[in-house]
Ligand binder design. Structure first.
Ligand code: URA
Length: 247
């Protein structure tokens, strides 16, 4: 059993003060009956809670998508700089970890979860999960660069990069492109462009596997993943989803 306000926080409806406001407004029901008391105890395995017409489904694990803004570190805490955890309500931080890192100046999709198995699958080099980025670079991108990305580049590591896709959107003194990678080495996109003689000026991650950055989020905003997004990610990773255990 847990307090209703905590339950709503943990199912992704906002911070403690935000969910208290939702309760006050009469937007929350428990087992079909209006409930305004934040201290009301609910059984996370038996009660049906809904908020603003949406079911608040309790999950063993938490999955959040954050639109990481530039200028924050992908770290738990830092003495001087803001980190991605400073953007997540205290109630939700619990045991969350970011799935991979984005550089301080990179924006975009960052998944945070306490589901270690999913995180491991998404990050494991063996699984080659696709990541798509948008990049603006200083320098001209040419057709020949598409082939160089495809063939793999020497970025100073022991191994060449795996085949990657470069889709040029704009070519000039500054160029723009989508990049699709199947691995995640340190500063990989920046080092790949560097190998072509271009400097990355702006970088945003758009997707990771089936999970795409929600375009309605502004930088710094987050939301809980939907049931569908969670099941798709799990299916993609060949993990058994709790919802289809019978299969
Ligand atoms: N590649 C980079 O160079 N930086 C990132 O943050 C992510 C991918």
């Amino acid at each position: 059993m847990m307090r209703l306000d905590k339950y709503l926080c943990e199912t992704g409806f906002g911070t403690r003060s935000q969910v208290k406001a939702l309760l006050k407004k009469g937007l929350v029901s428990v087992n079909g009956e209006l409930e305004k008391r934040p201290e009301r105890k609910v059984d996370e395995h038996a009660d049906t809670v809904s908020c603003g017409g949406k079911d608040a489904v309790y999950r063993e694990f938490t999955y959040l998508m954050l639109y990481k803004p530039a200028g924050v570190l992908t770290a738990r805490s830092d003495r001087r700089e803001r980190t991605v955890f400073d953007l997540i309500p205290v109630d939700l931080r619990r045991d969350l970890s970011p799935v991979g890192r984005l550089d301080r100046d990179t924006e975009g999709l960052l998944l945070l979860t306490d589901d270690g198995a999913l995180s491991h699958h998404l990050l494991s080099p063996r699984h080659h999960v696709e990541k798509v980025y948008f990049a603006r670079v200083q320098g001209t991108l040419r057709e020949a660069d598409i082939l160089r990305f495809q063939e793999g580049l020497d970025i100073g590591d022991e191994r060449m990069t795996l085949p990657a896709k470069l889709e040029i959107q704009k070519s000039g003194a500054q160029s723009e492109a989508f990049v699709t990678l199947h691995e995640g080495r340190y500063h990989q996109v920046k080092r790949m462009f560097q190998a072509l003689g271009c400097e990355v000026l702006y970088l945003r991650r758009l997707s990771m596997g089936s999970l795409a950055l929600d375009e309605s989020l502004a930088p710094g905003e987050w939301r809980a993943l939907s049931e569908e997004e969670i099941s798709l990610l799990k299916k993609e990773e060949g993990l058994r989803d709790g919802t289809d255990e019978a299969n």
